[in-house]
Design a protein around this ligand. Structure first.
Ligand SMILES: [Zn+2]
Length: 185
């Protein structure tokens, strides 16, 4: 299923895949990779080619967000410094790939993100907000001008990210959510 939010395309593949946002030639999160053919069909329907995606921003290192990274053959991966090692090692426990019965292929991210970094996919002007708790390197991406916040698994419309998993930290999540409360979205 797809939804258009202005020039942002939200792609939802299944209950276990993360939201995938397509913004120009950037993708924010990639799902598990289990539903690759469905994703390819959606790109075809959008008259887009997955090989034209230049940049992947992962909001954190969990398998349901990064498992599909490898299907974008020409994209460089950006992820927060505190979650980068999980990708680099293909860590099945900390990525929760084991939980999903998936295999995370080790991959060295091309860009390591930290608090305050700027990313500019297409018409967006995103700033990295480090929001640890759901995972140590969870980030939100904020476009101040357009008042858009991509929250990954830190915050949902009906709840917050779980912390009872490997790498989770309830206290950290609480302070991250306190920070987000002050943001105008
Ligand atoms: Zn997650």
């Amino acid at each position: 299923m797809i939804k258009r939010i202005g020039d942002i395309v939200l792609i939802q593949l299944s209950d276990i895949d993360s939201n995938i946002y397509l913004v120009g030639d950037t993708v924010i999160d990639c799902g598990t990779g289990f539903n690759f053919t469905r994703l390819r069909d959606i790109f075809n329907a959008l008259k887009r080619n997955m090989n034209d995606v230049k940049q992947i921003i992962n909001t954190h290192c969990h398998f349901d967000h990064v498992g599909g990274n490898g299907y974008f053959l020409n994209a460089k991966v950006a992820i927060h410094e505190d979650d980068a090692k999980v990708l680099e090692k293909g860590d099945g426990e900390l990525s929760n790939a084991d939980f999903f019965d998936g295999k995370l292929h080790p991959r060295k991210p091309e860009r390591i993100l930290k608090e305050g970094d700027k990313l500019n996919p297409d018409k967006l002007d995103l700033e990295v907000i480090h929001t640890p708790g759901h995972s140590p390197g969870s980030i939100c991406l904020y476009d101040k001008k357009r008042k858009i916040l991509f929250t990954g698994d830190t915050l949902f419309s009906d709840g917050v990210g779980r912390t009872d998993i490997a790498g989770g930290d309830p206290k950290g999540l609480e302070s991250s959510l306190q920070r987000l409360l002050k943001i105008n979205v």
